[in-house]
Design a protein around this ligand. Sequence first.
Ligand SMILES: [Zn+2]
Length: 477
Amino acid sequence: MEQAISRRNRGWRRLIAPKGRVCYIRDGARRVAVSLNVALILTVWPAARGGPMAFWLRQMNRSNRTDHIRITSHPEPGGKPRFPIRWGGARARERGPVIGTVSRPGDRNAIGSHGGCYALYRALAVSAGALDPIRRPDLTNTDPAVSIGPFPQWSEPDRIVSLDPWGHVAAQVFRAEIAAGADIRPTIAVSKARLDLHEMQSALAAGRLKADGEIVRRNGSMAVAKIAIDPVWYLPGIAQRFGCAETVLRRTLFEQTAGMFPELVTRPDMQVFLPPIGGTTIYLIGDVKKLADPATKITCRVHDECNGSDVFGSDICTCRPYLIHGIEECARGVQAGGLGIIVYNRKEGRALGEVTKFLVYNARKRQQGGDVASAYFERTECVAGVQDARFQQLMPDALHWLGVRRIDRFVSMSDMKYDALVGQGIEVLERVALPDELIPADAHVEMAAKKAAGYFSPAPPAPAEVADTTGRSLDKY
Ligand SMILES: [Zn+2]
């Protein structure tokens, strides 16, 4: 090591590395961790100067030492939490920060780690030597681009259980603690965007939508606020929503993730879980300040992810047409003085995943009699064991977070979504169905099946329509 160092002279910096530190050495793609058993004086080439070799020297705490795995599955004997969480607290500081750090175990007050499912990519980056395992985010200038809340719902009992209502202001509120070394990270980010969707141009051309130069521009683009939310689960509240005991929920989460999070069953003192699942994105169309005014007329679409249709335009379902229809309805609502809300949940394939979804497509297309609406839900259940795993019980949280108590126009035909909203005290005045002319060719099977199953529709289908609506077979693509 010292021989390699001695080959270069200019730009080296001398550092004292006492016993107990770990030194990471990178040479091209190779990365070597060296645990120092004796004190050394190292000469370090600064990584920023881009030389062929870069060295990092970090004082690793006990949990990060490469030769030392620290199990956090049991509380420190007699330990008092440094950052207690009082879920439902009326102020961010009173509630306390949610900390899923992996570098300061003593500060942890949540099971799991930050970033949801992306924590696993972070692990790959660390494994490959591309990411310093104890690096902290530089949160300069990352504060919300528009102000959201606080709203009374943030501290109403049991109102929000699946996200951190203070997650977007964590870096501001706990600035001093972060500066002092605490690994506190935002779980919500609020930014701005301009949407440029070709369907909006078509809506303008068809006269369904008018440009106003502010909400909808002449080229059809729209200004929005966009908000990314990582899930933060308050386990007692989640259990209550699903009507089970918290111990049952914890044990099932532990078992179904093959023991990925032992703290679920060993740390009843930790009530908050950062689950490794996809989050939620909200697009707000119109003046965000109007959220605080109960008189504001709200148009809202709650949409569950469907990559095949949303992104690639696959015509087997109505997902993208309905999403776009929701955005168009929001634009009209905003032009009439209201506010538009699109909630986009990462729940691919009814939260069964895309592999299951495509297996179901094949099973539907190959069954005797072809892809018929009357067997639509049954096929899903054959493959997945359930018809739908989205269970909308947690969905209203995003709207509670936005302070919404009433939706004037709800752009959805789903009874599960409607029931979840109404069941949690959000009034829904009008439900807006997808116009027939927007249903893609192969998606009539889905639509007929859903209407027959009781989804909202101004004109429920006749039994013959359900029996006769058949989709394309696998040899017709
Ligand atoms: Zn779809």
